[in-house]
Ligand binder design. Sequence first.
Ligand SMILES: Nc1ncnc2c1ncn2[C@@H]1O[C@H](COP(=O)(O)OP(=O)(O)OP(=O)(O)O)[C@@H](O)[C@H]1O
Length: 586
Amino acid sequence: MANSSNTTQKEEIELDDEENQSFEDLSLDPRLLRALIKKGIKKPTPIQRVAIPLILEGKDVVARAKTGSGKTFAYLLPMLQKLLLDSGSNKRLAPSSFILVPTRELCHQVYSEVTSIIELCKAQLKAVQLIRGMTAAQMKQTMSGPPDILVSTPACVLTCLKAGILQPKAIQDSLSMLVLDEADLLLNYGHGDDLRSLTAHVPKRCQCLLMSATPSADVEKLKKLILHNPYILTLPEVGGNKDELIPNNVNQSWVSCKSDHDKFIYILALLKYEFVAKKMLIFTNTIDMGFRLKLFLEKFAFRSAVLNAELPQNSRLHMIEEFNAGLFDYLIATDIGQAGKDQEDSVKKPEGKNSRKRKKPKLDAEFGVVRGIDFKNVLTVINFEVPQTASGYVHRVGRTGRAFTTGASVSLVSPDEMEAFDEIKATLSDKESGKAYFINSFNSKGLDEAVKSLRYRAEDILRSVTSFCVRESRAQDLRNEILNSEKLKSHFEANPRDLDLLKHDKVLSKKEPPAHLRNIPDYLVDPATQEASNIVKLTRLAMGNNRKPSQRPSQKRKSKRKRDPLKTLSGEGSNQRNKRKRSNQK
Ligand SMILES: Nc1ncnc2c1ncn2[C@@H]1O[C@H](COP(=O)(O)OP(=O)(O)OP(=O)(O)O)[C@@H](O)[C@H]1O
């Protein structure tokens, strides 16, 4: 239980070890308790145990807790409880709760979470999301009612204010709770001016909450801008080191690779011999590298999709939903958008004569692939390239081991990246002992042997993945996704729950992957490596960490799909589709 006092001074709150506390103990409304049970959420996380009572009491709160620690429910549950008790009690002209997030992906994610709880509660509450790209008429319609909860980026709220869709007076009269989620990013993504303009309309009595995984000067600025004597919750995991930002339940390791080139062979060995568990999120620093890796892996029958800032928003959201639903196992992601744009520029390596002439990719400024996105059931995060900053590392690795689950991360480090990796380790190390004890060298003797056995084939394939192929595939993928995006837009307006209609993990190589690369022939398998691989698999199984193959929604919906007009609009031709079908059946 939190030891809080009623002083008006801001206060650091530490957590006592009361793991057995339940949601009932937090005095939540029975409708919310039922909704949580239906969602399979059994007991509160530490941040929820402390934050919920304080928020219910009406306190301003700054919550700094690790990635995946359940910060969203920590504010959503008390917000909904207040609304459930208040609903219909006064006539409002604007929403009574605003949730401001830095990116559209997060907007969509939080909105889905709120609406799902409202549905499960069978409550007469309305939540809406405002996203960039909406017309004034769409915004007006969205805001009519008015809704109870608005999820939006600050920029969209300001657009509404400027267009007269939201009146400052209405906000002042109606707004009773303001949440700044992923607060450390809000200023990073250029929302600073918008936020400052907005705060002028936030009434003094409005309860303000600020959620963040990593401490930063920006969070401090926001705190001063909006909050009144807030309770500061800095919550490590129970029993954890206060300075650790990554949950203890993530087993972090790294592999020293002799060159960038060797990383391809190492990742192939990790995947082929199942030294790491799927589902898997693989990070690269540039979009080109993402596609190079995709093309390389698909030759060995590993199908993946590349999530990046160049893609249309609908495709990105759909890709994340498909991945979350278990429709494919390998997602390659580049975490660049507004905040990482420089990274794409600075890390890009020369790729042949034509590379300089290439037009700069048009990146979505609001793209924030890792920050706060709740990728479900990710068992392994691979840093195929070392992120540029410690905070980038924390947010990438934090995509696994969410809430009460466990996960693993493996960083592939080349000699060129060693310095950056050492800096990350130093930043995240235990300040007292100076040891980054939690990032261990990857513990499997079999890995080097596996790399040896695969080297010849891998190098051969790697030579065929030229810069030209990468460029062509990237352009092809973008064309497919733009087509998908238009279809998705209209289709998902009508069928928001449909998922398995468009594939994002399509094979991009012109030639089908050769059949002989699917499996490792017996003569290449070293018995010791196989044994090491089996031990790793058995250990994972014993720890309950091997995902059961999910039932693909497509199997249930076969008859519906026949009639679906989207099928006829696919980005790939029917010949290609049939070919793929045949290859899948092999
Ligand atoms: N009490 C709980 N028990 C089990 N799962 C939970 C609980 N609370 C939240 N979750 C789940 O844990 C996952 C992570 O939660 P959430 O996205 O709120 O984390 P976060 O702290 O906001 O992470 P980040 O800082 O990365 O944004 C979600 O899938 C959520 O549904």
